[in-house]
Design a protein around this ligand. Structure first.
Ligand code: GCO
Ligand code: MN
Ligand code: MN
Length: 396
């Protein structure tokens, strides 16, 4: 409550369309079901979710095919649902930046979708994805996310793991050709996760996908959709994976949430569990000028009603904007800047590493490095980190 009042009073942390904050239909619409307990919230229709998003100042809504259109809907039902949804989006000023496909909910995908052993399941998965691409394109989506939640195993007895990689490649190549044939201009964003719902998922991390993408027929069309919780479940530094994706020109989308390492998939409000990691992430995205959607793939605590869901969604955006402000503050801090300058200053007269040349390598090989002198240079990272903490805790 206080948070909301303050936000309205100071206007500083008010979400605006240019921030590109988006939420999935499945995030606000999450009813709090878990493996041990049933729904605690009623089903909120997609048109209502869109109007809530408009009310709280979000920019976009993302969807799986079946978040909007029931899996067995007739063509006529589908068309009327889509029409009504488009109208709701227009009324609330909400865009659809990303679409995706559910290849995990229906029991038919119990052994995977694109990697399943049954060729009929693989064909059905492909058909379902083509239709989801049609749907997304109709709604204006330019990014298509593929999350292979069921592409994995409980026992490796069921297939050779490299066969799964080959099947996945074949499927993504197929989708790229369809993208070209239909002129959709989608950019595909592949989302990794180490486990849950499968015991092990094949493409466990963003790094796995960055290795896979160059083996595709149209690598330029395919990037990644890293998710905070997914890398943290694996105990990894999320921002490092994002940075590698960015540097490779592959950061097509991002899923923001939070997660305590070593736990089940929690999908917590952005920045709520590890605010310091969230800070480095936001600082990275803002420093490099990432201009894609900031998508929150999280959901409200199971204790909440739909007012609480709004608190949750507002909180995600507010924390992002607070951290963005802190990042600007960090960059402008003169003590921090002086330390940064000092720690990477070059000693005059030393040979440069850089790119190889015969002459350069000869100079390098003949140089005598003074390791004792190198060791005398200070690396005040304790101070640098404390300055960061001071900023984060609001005393500097
Ligand atoms: C999860 C995933 C999903 C995907 C979504 C988009 O852990 O369940 O993060 O939420 O992001 O299915 O394809
Ligand atoms: Mn997730
Ligand atoms: Mn996700």
């Amino acid at each position: 409550m206080t948070a909301r009042t303050k936000s309205n009073a100071d206007g500083l942390y008010e979400p605006k369309p240019e921030h590109k904050f988006s939420f999935g239909l499945w995030t606000l619409g999450n009813r709090g079901r878990d493996p041990f307990g049933d729904a605690v919230r009623r089903t909120m229709p997609p048109t209502e979710i869109v109007s809530v998003l408009g009310e709280i100042g979000a920019w976009g809504v993302n969807l799986h095919d079946n978040d909007l259109v029931p899996i067995d809907a007739s063509a006529a039902e589908r068309d009327s649902i889509v029409k009504e949804f488009r109208k709701a989006c227009q009324q609330s000023g909400i865009v659809v930046p990303m679409a995706t496909v559910s290849l995990f909910f229906h029991p038919v995908f119990r052994d995977g979708a694109f990697t399943a052993n049954d060729p009929e399941v693989r064909a059905y998965a492909l058909q379902k994805t083509l239709r989801a691409m049609d749907l997304g394109a109709e709604l204006g989506a330019k990014i298509f996310v593929l999350w292979g939640g069921r592409e994995g195993v409980e026992t490796d007895a069921c297939r050779r793991a490299d066969e799964a990689v080959k099947r996945l490649r074949e499927a993504v190549n197929y989708l790229c050709e369809y993208n070209i044939a239909r002129g959709y201009n989608y950019r595909f964003a592949l989302e990794a996760k180490p486990n849950e719902p499968r015991g092990d998922i094949y493409m466990a991390t963003t790094g796995h996908y960055l290795g896979f993408i160059p083996t595709l027929d149209h690598p330029e069309m395919v990037g990644v959709n890293p998710e905070v919780a997914h890398e943290q479940m694996a105990g990894l530094n999320f921002m490092h994976g994002v940075a590698q994706a960015w540097e490779a020109g592959k950061l097509f989308h991002i899923d923001l949430n939070d997660q305590a390492p070593g736990r089940y998939d929690q999908d917590l409000r952005f920045g709520s569990a590890n605010p310091k990691s969230a800070f480095w992430l936001v600082k990275f995205l803002e420093d490099v000028g990432y201009d894609g959607p900031r998508h929150f793939d999280a959901h409200a605590y199971r204790t909440e009603d739909y007012d609480g869901v709004k608190d949750f969604a507002r909180g995600c955006m507010r924390t992002y904007l607070i951290l963005k402000e802190k990042a600007a503050h960090w960059n402008a801090n003169s003590e921090i800047q002086a330390i940064l300058k000092e720690i990477s200053a070059a000693t005059p007269g030393i040979p440069k590493a850089g790119s190889y040349s015969a002459k350069g390598s000869a100079t390098l090989l003949s140089h005598v490095f003074d390791k004792d002198a190198i060791m005398k240079k200070r690396l005040p990272y304790e101070m640098l980190d404390q300055l960061t903490i001071d900023i984060l805790l609001g005393v500097r």
